[in-house]
Ligand binder design. Structure first.
Ligand SMILES: [Zn+2]
Length: 158
């Protein structure tokens, strides 16, 4: 009798563990690479930004003045991140957007440099893209301040 009860409990516990893992596997398409793999794939500047949370010099990105219709994708894994429809000139020297594409980015609190900021990362490869601030234009009021080197632009349908 006792044995049956223990076995039943074990099954219950196993069921609880397995179910969340299975549902996660069904929805995730995460890309995980080693540092060496990223170094081989990216330029040194891209690696510094995407994998080491670096920041490019302001007004250094060719994408700052990219005004064609199209999609800005992750330079690390090519996931589409931003549409030209949400790009605006923030005057900061970094490509800026008021919204990302659906399910494109994730955020985390970044307390480096003695400030509390919200860092923005690619959802798929967790590459660092930049930060998001609350001083953007309508309709969201958000300013996604991105490193141009973390993005790859493809002209076309926005
Ligand atoms: Zn990515």
């Amino acid at each position: 009798m006792l044995k049956t009860t223990v076995a039943g409990l074990a099954l219950l516990v196993a069921g609880r563990v397995i179910r969340p893992l299975a549902s996660q596997a069904a929805t995730t398409d995460r890309i995980v690479r080693t540092d060496e793999e990223w170094k081989a794939l990216l330029t040194p500047d891209q690696y510094e930004i995407l994998r080491k949370e670096g920041t490019e010099q302001p007004f250094s990105s060719a994408l700052l003045h990219e005004e064609r219709a199209g999609i800005f994708a992750c330079a690390g894994c090519a996931l589409p991140l931003f549409s030209s429809k949400t790009k605006f000139d923030s005057g900061t020297g970094w490509p800026s957007f008021w919204a990302p594409l659906d399910q494109a980015v994730i955020t985390k609190v970044d307390t480096s440099l003695g400030m509390s900021r919200t860092a923005v990362m690619c959802r798929r490869c967790e590459g660092h893209l930049g930060h998001v601030f609350n001083d953007g234009p309508k309709p969201t009021g958000l300013r996604y301040c991105m490193n141009g080197l973390a993005l790859k632009f493809s002209p076309g349908v926005a």
